[in-house]
Design a protein around this ligand. Structure first.
Ligand code: 2NE
Length: 275
């Protein structure tokens, strides 16, 4: 695969190839923990991939291994910049901007696949959870640490996690703060499959290519339908946005617009009231 770099960032790498965007958290010395800047850069890259209509699948991964040989997808919020009201950016402003990133990954109408090698811990586990699919290497380790380090994610990190692995398991994960290996994560339904570490990206590309053969509108409607089941009014907004999109693509919808612009009454008589 000849990945084409799209833009230079400080904390992430961003490249594209044949309908696939790859976003890599690039702070291996911190096990790919994110600071506010990392999250702003991730947000920017995800927006670019959302807006690019040649891109159908986005891979999210972490730069690994570090020079000590250890792998990480992401170890959550960078505790060394955590202040009294959030993670402090260069201007001294406390932020929890990863919550905006979670919402973006959830709602963008393309498939996001996490490729997890090594640690997906704390906010890093929540990030992989937010992705539509997760492919893990056999060395992957998952877990939450919030109650140990004075934090928690009571949003998607609790509610969606419990939809994915069930209430009992989600409570276990948060209350005990244990680490789970790839096979345990697979068994609890937290991830989709486990592959040897050297096959991780190859498998991600294989899944992406299979998805890219499918109908873009069917995939986007399915993603918003899955979201609507859990996401209340914002889930319904996404789903309904797709019905409006499809309506705009019809002759019937265009008759309304044309009539307005031509300053005449619309004529919908030729369009049936389907059963
Ligand atoms: C990930 C884990 C288990 C890896 O352990 P190990 O033994 O392989 O590595 P080590 O030595 O702990 O880490 C290597 C270097 O990375 C830094 C460490 O401080 C260390 O730095 P040096 O001593 O070499 O200078 N590092 C690792 N994770 C970091 C982090 N999150 N922030 C800053 N520096 C980090 C082990 O490293 C670990 O348990 N990490 C902490 C995991 C954690 O508690 N994350 C935050 C959870 S809270 C959160 O993410 C969150 C939330 O709850 C709600 C909203 C938003 C975020």
């Amino acid at each position: 695969i000849e990945w084409q770099s799209v833009k230079n960032y400080d904390d992430i790498l961003y490249s594209k190839f044949n309908g696939i965007a790859k976003i890599t958290i690039n702070r291996p010395h911190k096990r790919n923990a994110f600071r506010p800047k990392t999250v702003f850069e991730l947000y920017d890259a995800f927006c670019d991939a959302r807006e690019d209509n040649t891109i159908g699948v986005i891979l999210l991964t972490g730069k690994s291994p570090h020079t000590d040989g250890k792998y990480a997808f992401c170890s959550g919020g960078d505790q060394s910049v955590r202040g009294s009201a959030g993670y402090i950016d260069n201007e001294g402003i406390p932020r929890l901007n990863v919550l905006d990133l979670q919402k973006l990954i959830r709602s963008l109408p393309k498939v996001v696949i996490a490729l997890v090698a090594g640690y997906a811990i704390g906010g890093g586990n929540v990030l992989q959870l937010m992705c539509d699919l997760t492919i893990a290497a056999d060395n992957a380790i998952f877990g939450q640490t919030g109650p140990k380090v004075g934090s928690f994610d009571g949003g998607f990190g609790a509610s969606y996690l419990s939809r994915v692995v069930g209430q009992k398991k989600a409570r276990e994960i948060w209350f005990l703060c244990r680490q789970y290996n790839a096979m345990q994560a697979l068994k609890m339904g937290l991830i989709n499959c486990v592959v040897p570490i050297e096959k991780l990206e190859e498998e991600g590309i294989r899944w992406s290519m299979e998805i890219l053969e499918k109908s873009p509108i069917a995939i986007r409607c399915l993603k918003s339908s899955f979201n609507a089941d859990c996401d209340g009014q914002s889930g319904l907004q996404e789903l309904a946005g797709n019905t409006t999109l499809l309506y705009y693509m019809t002759e019937e919808g265009n008759e309304g617009k044309r009539a307005f612009l031509e300053k005449r009454n619309p004529d919908f008589s030729q369009y049936p009231w389907l059963p």
